[in-house]
Design a protein around this ligand. Structure first.
Ligand SMILES: Nc1nc2c(ncn2[C@@H]2O[C@H](COP(=O)(O)OP(=O)(O)OP(=O)(O)O)[C@@H](O)[C@H]2O)c(=O)[nH]1
Ligand SMILES: [Mg+2]
Length: 223
């Protein structure tokens, strides 16, 4: 069960933990995907932080996207377009992940593996990278773990890592395996790395890497 909300207001911040509680009671793997408002919106930010604390007690993993980071990654983009970038990111993350589990893919993700990474994974971060040409896998992995939407400086303490690789018909199994090896180098202390890959004809020549790092911060330390 994915629970998606823009935190900081009344409805989403209040309802998300309650929905999560109900979902978890059914035994479903419960994953929150939430945004937190700009740092300058102090009151909203506080509301969002307390909602994340409540959510992290109710969800298995909470993927947090900081809107303040959006400003640096999307530059001068109007707010509405900036939101659209995050909406697309969250949408494609969920779609790709579920499709790689449900439909035959180049490399499938087994649900139980995903569960072992996301179950009680705590606060998680998501990153996305795209590249083409020479060393495209290296570039895309680097970008995915240094993208500004992912505010993590120390990957060594990550609890689990999930990588999803997408590319055109030219995507090779060797490249997919290489992405996994690179991730293992970057997050050496996690014993839990899983990856999946999917071919998307529209991506000829390009690769897109999405990463989820779970257990990257303590909810009580959020500001
Ligand atoms: N990514 C993304 N974030 C959004 C979008 N709309 C709103 N937000 C963010 O979500 C926060 C909360 O939105 P609100 O409309 O205030 O929240 P609400 O949950 O509807 O609560 P109330 O309107 O107070 O009932 C905003 O401050 C924005 O940071 C969107 O379309 N995409
Ligand atoms: Mg609203």
């Amino acid at each position: 069960m994915f629970i998606i909300a823009g935190l900081g207001g009344g409805s989403g911040s209040g309802a998300a933990p309650i929905v999560a509680d109900a979902a978890r009671e059914t035994g479903a793997l419960t994953i929150g995907c939430v945004t937190i408002p700009f740092g300058s919106e102090v009151v909203r930010r506080k509301k969002a932080t307390s909602s994340i604390k409540a959510l992290s007690n109710k969800c298995d993993s909470v993927v947090v996207i900081d809107n303040s980071k959006l400003r640096t990654s999307s530059g001068e983009m109007p707010l509405k377009e900036g939101f659209a970038v995050v909406n697309a990111l969250v949408g494609s993350f969920i779609k790709n992940l579920t499709e790689t589990i449900i439909h035959p893919s180049l490399v499938n993700i087994v649900y139980s593996d995903m569960r072992s990474i996301m179950e009680r994974g705590g606060i998680s971060a998501i990153g996305i990278g795209e590249a083409e040409g020479e060393k495209r896998i290296e570039k895309a992995v680097d970008q995915a773990i240094s993208t500004p939407l992912l505010d993590v400086t120390d990957l060594s303490s990550a609890y689990g890592v999930l990588i999803h690789i997408m590319g055109g018909e030219d995507l090779t199994l060797g490249e997919v395996a290489h992405a996994g090896e690179l991730m293992l180098e970057k997050a050496p202390n996690t014993g839990r790395i899983i990856w999946g890959a999917k071919v998307d004809e529209s991506l000829a020549g390009q690769v897109r890497v999405t990463t989820v790092l779970t257990g990257i911060s303590d909810p009580n330390k959020l500001k």
